[in-house]
Design a protein around this ligand. Structure first.
Ligand code: FMN
Ligand code: SF4
Length: 518
């Protein structure tokens, strides 16, 4: 009998629901049954309600079983080793599972497919193709292709990546840096972690291409401390890339030099903001810097710096491989390409869903996500992390598109969608948003530092029916001051969740139900 290859995710989400134990139990069962089995710890496919999802390689493709428990391990192994045979947990071919089949996986093309610890496996699945092409191009041509692709920053602000790179390329300096923002602080988001744990070489490749494009020789990946698995996988990937000659003094035999190191954050939401991240990288307390100067002109240690989100950088290799025109063919309006959307909160099918921009909020929540996990009606969704707006069902027609969301006083942010059912108290959510800002504020500017604390007090008075009308007006006024007077988006965007809760769910603040909230 041929060796059977079985995949069990080593991704933190799968591990948190028992993947390590299932893997150990399967290995023990294989030994008992003297089956020739190889267990590969892959990344997660992002179908989180099915984790741990075990896959077996067959001539027809990979067949999945899940969610597997230790008590299922021996029987699942037997069925899997028998060519993907029947078992009550059998899900069929992975590629045919509707949640997976209907996605457009460009950034996540390899996640869950490859062995994240194997550079050879990465190469065997189209890895390094983008870099190989980039090495044949001029710096200007690489930047032109990234600009043509329409790629916008996936960290939150949606700034065009090509323009950022051009600014750094055009700034003369003896030293330039590439910094990857892997702080991933937004509620309900996990795409950065999944890529780092499931396809780490794509990030190494994307950063290397960025370095070649702008003339940088040193890069840092700033990872939040809550991601120890990602830190370990990235460190291994960097070491393997160095051994393979993909990093170091001569990238793939070229005249370009680039080195990469991981740095671990200490757990402040504001350290995801690019300038305070740079302060933190320099060993200082993470405090937001006033702009200008832009990091592209004076960033890390005062040198021109590209700072991009994990997803932005991890999307670069496929753009360089297939060309900017290929990537920009997906999407809608000024939102080109695909977005790895993260479905979280009270949702039946939580997970990672990569699709072209333009899918509606309703499709995401009701159809793809299957509604709430509790079975109760969906009442609100918060998109874009703790600074994103709360949207009611009446806005479910909104397409996932930077401009459409901005027009509705919301933001796409890092693509996190957090779902709430009809038991949610939106006044409490508004209070939570203000309190979050008060706790995480770096303290540099007054509207945020003082405003958020006063904001919590004002919302408390509204909740306790203390001069409600007067305090509602005060809250609106305070939000206006924070929005237009804060130095960065922490204080500047906190009014989005607060005011959207108030606008769309006024009944939770003691007002009669508005027509618009229906
Ligand atoms: C309070 C705050 C927190 C942020 N957190 C993150 C984060 O965790 N990850 C991230 O990539 N960007 C974060 N950003 C956005 C960054 O400042 C910056 O826009 C981004 O790293 C640029 O990369 P991009 O152009 O690839 O999106 C945050 C911004 C603010 C204001
Ligand atoms: S808005 Fe808040 S987090 Fe941003 S600079 Fe001002 S005090 Fe710091």
């Amino acid at each position: 009998m041929n060796r059977v290859r079985i995949y069990i995710p080593g991704d933190a989400a799968a591990v948190s629901v028992g993947a390590d134990e299932v893997a150990a139990a399967m290995l023990a069962a294989a030994r008992r049954e003297t089956l020739d089995v190889e267990i590969v710890r892959n990344g997660s496919r992002g179908l989180h309600w099915l984790e741990p999802m075990v896959e077996v390689e067959t001539p027809k493709g990979r067949i999945a079983y899940g969610p597997a428990e230790v008590s299922d391990a021996a029987a699942v192994l037997k069925a899997a080793a028998g060519g993907g045979g029947p078992h009550v947990l059998r899900l069929g071919l992975v590629d045919e599972i509707p949640y997976f089949r209907n996605q457009t996986r460009l950034t996540f093309a390899r996640c869950g497919v490859v062995d994240p610890r194997s550079f050879d496996d990465y190469r065997a699945h189209d890895g390094t193709k983008g870099l190989t092409r980039a090495l044949t191009m001029t710096q200007a041509a690489i930047i032109e292709d990234v600009t043509l692709s329409g790629l916008r920053g996936r960290g939150g602000a949606g700034f065009p990546t090509g323009i950022k790179w051009k600014t750094v390329a055009d700034t003369p300096a003896d030293q330039k840096y590439i910094v990857c923002n892997a702080d991933e602080g937004d509620s309900g988001t996990f795409a950065d972690r999944m890529i780092m744990e499931g396809d780490p070489f794509v990030l190494v490749e994307g950063m290397t291409i960025a370095a070649i494009a702008v003339g940088a020789t040193q890069g840092y990946i700033y990872i939040r401390s809550e991601y120890p698995h990602a830190v370990a996988v990235m460190n291994d990937a960097i070491a393997a890339a160095k051994r393979a000659g993909m990093l170091g003094k001569s990238i793939a035999g070229s005249t370009h030099a680039f080195d990469l190191e991981v740095r671990v954050g200490a757990g402040a939401y504001v350290c995801g903001e690019e300038t305070s991240l740079l302060d933190s990288l320099e060993g200082k307390r993470g405090v937001v810097r006033a702009k200008p100067p832009l990091p592209a002109h004076k960033g890390l240690f005062g040198k021109p710096t590209v700072i991009n989100n994990v997803l932005s950088l991890a999307t670069v290799p496929i753009i360089l491989d297939k060309g900017g025109a290929f990537y920009r063919d997906f999407g809608t309006g000024k939102s080109r390409g695909t977005m790895p959307i993260q479905l979280a909160g009270n949702i039946k099918y939580p997970g990672l869903y990569e699709t072209a921009f333009g899918v509606t909020l309703g499709e995401l929540v009701d159809e793809i996500g299957g509604g709430t996990a509790s079975g109760r009606p969906v009442r609100a969704v918060q998109v874009g992390g703790p600074l994103g707006a709360y949207f009611p069902r009446s806005l479910f027609h909104l397409p996932f598109d930077y401009e459409a969301f901005a027009k509705a006083d919301g933001l796409i942010g890092h693509g996190g969608v957090v779902v709430f059912d009809d038991t949610v108290d939106m006044a409490k959510q508004a209070r939570f948003a203000m309190e979050f800002c008060a706790i995480e504020s770096c303290g540099k500017c007054t509207p945020c530092r003082v405003g958020s604390t006063r904001g919590v007090e004002v919302i408390d008075r509204i909740i306790h029916d203390d001069n409600r009308a007067g305090n509602l007006a005060l809250l609106e006024d305070l939000c206006h001051t924070m929005k237009f007077g804060s130095l960065c988006a922490l204080g500047g965007f906190t009014p989005y969740p607060v005011m959207s809760a108030l606008t769309h769910f006024p009944e939770d603040f003691g007002a009669p139900r508005l027509q618009a909230a229906e």
